[in-house]
Design a binder for this molecule. Structure first.
Ligand code: MN
Length: 132
């Protein structure tokens, strides 16, 4: 079961996204700010990080930069999430080391289609495993 780390300071967004991903079969970890997100990524080595970019203190760009500098976490794909549909945000996210980018409000189908480029879809991988 792919392990997803959500780094998001907004409680409503965090709870809604974690609930919807758990329902899809993902194992979900949550962190509420950049520091906690880095610590949890180092400790839990998730298969994918969903990184809100606007976080208090340590923002998502800087948190991603640190994850990508750390040999233990640099292989973990990071999908940046931002409410800012500003042109230039995507480039800033990619420059910080993010592997993908998506905008809020979350369109779950669109986000899942980006996630499965990096991690297995738990709904189909279960079937494949039982065939093997
Ligand atoms: Mn935020």
């Amino acid at each position: 079961m792919p392990k997803i780390l959500i780094v998001e300071d907004n409680e409503l967004s965090r709870d809604m996204l974690s609930r919807r991903l758990r329902r899809k079969g993902y194992e979900v970890l949550v962190a509420t700010d950049g520091q906690e997100g880095i610590a949890m990524a180092q400790r839990e080595l998730p298969d994918l990080v969903l990184m809100d970019l606007s976080l208090p203190d340590l923002d998502g760009w800087e948190a991603t930069r640190r994850l990508k500098k750390d040999a233990t976490t640099q292989h973990i794909p990071v999908i940046a999430l931002t409410a800012h549909a500003m042109s230039g945000d995507r480039e800033k996210a990619i420059d910080a080391g993010c592997d993908e980018y998506d905008t809020k409000p979350i369109d779950l189908r669109r986000l899942l289609s980006k996630m499965i480029r990096f991690v297995e879809d738990p709904e189909t991988s279960g079937g494949e495993k039982s065939m093997a």
